[in-house]
Design a protein around this ligand. Structure first.
Ligand SMILES: Cc1cc2nc3c(=O)[nH]c(=O)nc-3n(C[C@H](O)[C@H](O)[C@H](O)COP(=O)(O)O)c2cc1C
Length: 222
């Protein structure tokens, strides 16, 4: 697999083979590769927590409970704009309707939507949960660095036959997640990634999102 194949073929995987484990060595290998991502002045602002077994179950139980009780939580940073507007809301809707449409979920059916959304907190069946934190005194530039690290990890995973789903869904419940990770107060939760081998034949994994053509957002100004 070459780099462009890894990039173009990556998609968020939302059904994993929960019976197929990923070895510690392979997880460390991928994180080592991702650590080659560039960062301003090479400060490497990332901190990774690998979670499996009981601790993962506890995170699932606690976040699912809060979600199903209607507790929306309160993330420490705003992932999305406070006021949605075009063209972003349109793109968001296209993605949401596309996914729910594929799964046959009527967005007005709140119970069906809840049933689907809670699978986020089950890491979509993935055997490995990765949580990413950053020291809270780091600035915006380090968040830029962080994105490069995360994408590098997801691409390196593909070369090994693994797939992933990045997840901000845990951020509103950071006050449950961070203590379960035993993460210090100086750190903030950035996001999670579910990692594993994709479940064979899962309909949800056939969902392919669209992209804008580069000429719609690129100008040659020379
Ligand atoms: C930082 C980040 C957080 C995300 N959080 C979630 C999430 O909580 N749940 C989810 O199902 N998808 C999540 N996604 C996946 C996006 O919906 C997905 O990347 C987007 O729709 C494009 O689709 P693709 O990844 O299949 O190309 C997240 C993506 C990123 C980059």
């Amino acid at each position: 697999m070459n780099v462009s194949e890894a990039i173009v073929g990556r998609q968020s995987i939302r059904a994993f083979d929960s019976t197929r484990e990923v070895s510690d060595d392979l997880i460390m290998y991928l994180i080592d590769i991702a650590g080659r991502a560039p960062s301003g002045s090479n400060i490497q602002p990332w901190q990774v927590y690998v979670v499996r077994g009981d601790r993962k179950e506890r995170i699932t139980a606690e976040c699912s409970r809060r979600f199903l009780e209607g507790d929306e939580g309160d993330a420490e940073y705003h992932y999305y704009p406070k006021n949605w507007r075009q063209p972003y809301i349109g793109r968001r809707r296209e993605t949401g309707f596309g996914l729910y449409g594929l799964l046959g979920i009527d967005k007005a059916d709140t119970e069906a939507v809840q049933r689907y959304r809670v699978t986020n907190y089950q890491f979509f069946g993935a055997p490995v949960a990765l949580f990413f934190t950053i020291d809270r005194d780091m600035e915006l530039g380090s968040w830029l660095d962080y994105g490069m690290f995360l994408q590098s990890l997801m691409l390196a995973a593909r070369e090994e036959g693994l797939e992933s789903c990045p997840q901000a869904a845990f951020c509103p419940y950071y006050d449950s997640v961070m203590p379960l990770l035993e993460a210090p107060d100086e750190q903030m939760l950035v996001c999670a990634i579910s990692l594993g081998y994709p479940a064979a034949g899962a309909l949800v994994n056939t969902f392919r999102t669209s992209r804008l053509a580069a000429n719609t957002f690129t100008r040659f100004v020379d």
